[in-house]
Design a protein around this ligand. Structure first.
Ligand code: PMP
Length: 401
């Protein structure tokens, strides 16, 4: 038989997708599952974005698009960066792709040579390491510990950088911990990066608008303008505007060379972004922004509710983060116990498997994000579901012996 490529050997299907799939299988059998595993807003896409897509389609905007985004889309992205981040980019410094994920993928494919290292503060989104492997690079994890709020300590970052380091990937607010960086914390990270002039910085700001309690988001190129040429500021419409299914992400950099290289990769994979998606994204980026604050207030309420409930459960410890829609509780207090169904809990994988199979609550093991023993809860779901999910988690933990 012909064989599959070696480059897939270090690449896996995201653990969150695998767990969401298991939840769907159980639900198909008629079981009432509480799904807290999926990282997507439960809100609808704003109607004005859907209407813009509809009008674009009917108006004949259905032909091959430009490979790096239409000039109207790039203009809307430039306005977004100016409005939200005080960053100025022109059209030649911006490229859009089919999702934040593809933006990162194409950036890595455009820049990594075999042996190049990519520093990833960890816990981290499951896909970074896989994408780096895919592109032939080597991921280097820098631990961000619970004791320091899952934040990146400048001294740890400094120690992780070697002559082979090509990129640092920042993602604050973070998936899976929810940790965010204040302007002062970002400035301290920037200070380290000023000392390493041969390293690019990718900042994945996809959770920018999901920060709570008056926390102010700050991205690294804004915190330190001297890094402008080395920073690739990435964002998208998935999380902010509840547009996960539309598939549009974008990035901008002071380096036109980097942007041109990413466009070149775009030209040979997706070949552009769905035209009606671009119309919808322009409407979302340029339209009323009040929904961002309204939805953030709802997420904050959910975060506080779940943190409160989990804190009452013996064996769990839950840090309260600044942003995103995730919690990353520590379950070390349950290690060594046995579930009602006879499962011995030795790892966070055992814990999340017991929880889904015995109590039908889908979460994701910390091991998938590079730090154990934890599990990730997404609170991007209704209060009713969160209430039921917390009750089942409490029952599961309590019933262990
Ligand atoms: N970055 C992070 C940190 C994410 O959590 C996700 C989605 N789970 C993405 C990027 C990908 O977003 P998109 O839907 O735009 O591909």
């Amino acid at each position: 038989m012909p064989s599959i490529a070696d480059r897939l050997k270090n690449v896996s299907i995201p653990a969150s997708a695998a767990m969401t799939q298991r939840a769907r299988e159980l639900a198909a059998k008629g079981i009432k599952v509480v799904s807290l595993s999926s990282g997507e807003p439960d809100f609808p896409t704003p109607a004005h974005a859907i209407e813009a897509a509809h009008a674009a389609g009917l108006g004949g905007d259905t032909k091959y698009p430009p490979i790096d985004g239409t000039s109207e889309l790039k203009a809307a992205i430039a306005r977004k960066f100016k409005r939200d981040n005080n960053l100025v980019y022109d059209a030649s410094q911006i490229v859009a792709s089919a999702g934040g994920k593809q933006t990162i993928f194409n950036a890595m494919l455009a820049t990594l040579n075999p042996g190049d290292e990519v520093v990833i503060p960890t816990p981290s989104w499951v896909s970074y390491a896989d994408i780096v492997h895919f592109a032939g690079g080597t991921p280097v994890a820098v631990p961000c510990f619970e004791q320091t709020g899952f934040k990146l300590r400048p001294e740890d970052l400094d120690a992780a950088i070697t002559p082979r380091t090509k990129w640092l990937i920042l993602n604050f607010p973070n998936n899976p911990t929810g940790a965010a960086c204040s302007r002062a914390e970002m400035a301290a990270i920037a200070q380290v990066m000023l000392r390493h002039p041969n390293v690019w910085i990718l900042t994945d700001d996809i959770y920018e608008h999901l920060v709570y309690d008056d926390f102010e988001f700050c991205t690294i190129a804004e915190a330190e303008p001297r890094l402008y040429d080395r920073v690739l500021t990435m964002n998208g419409v998935s999380k902010a505007y509840a547009m996960t299914g539309w598939r549009l992400g974008f990035c901008a950099s002071g380096s036109k060379e980097l942007i041109a290289a990413i466009s070149k990769v775009n030209s040979q994979n997706a070949g552009g972004i769905t035209t009606v998606t671009q119309a919808a994204a322009i409407a979302a980026l340029d339209g009323p922004q009040d929904l961002l604050k309204e939805r953030a207030a709802i997420y904050r309420e959910r975060r506080d509710f779940v943190v409160g409930r989990l804190s009452e459960i013996e064996g769990l410890r839950c840090h309260k983060p600044e942003g995103a829609f995730y919690l990353y509780p520590n379950m070390s207090g349950l290690i060594g116990k046995t579930t009602k169904g006879g499962r011995k809990i030795e790892t966070d994988v055992d814990f999340v498997m017991g929880l889904i199979e015995e109590h039908h609550v889908a979460t994701v093991q910390g091991a998938a994000y590079g730090m154990s023993p934890y599990f990730r809860i997404s609170y991007a779901t209704s209060m009713e579901m969160l209430n039921e999910g917390c009750a089942r988690i409490a029952e599961f933990c309590k019933s262990m012996h």
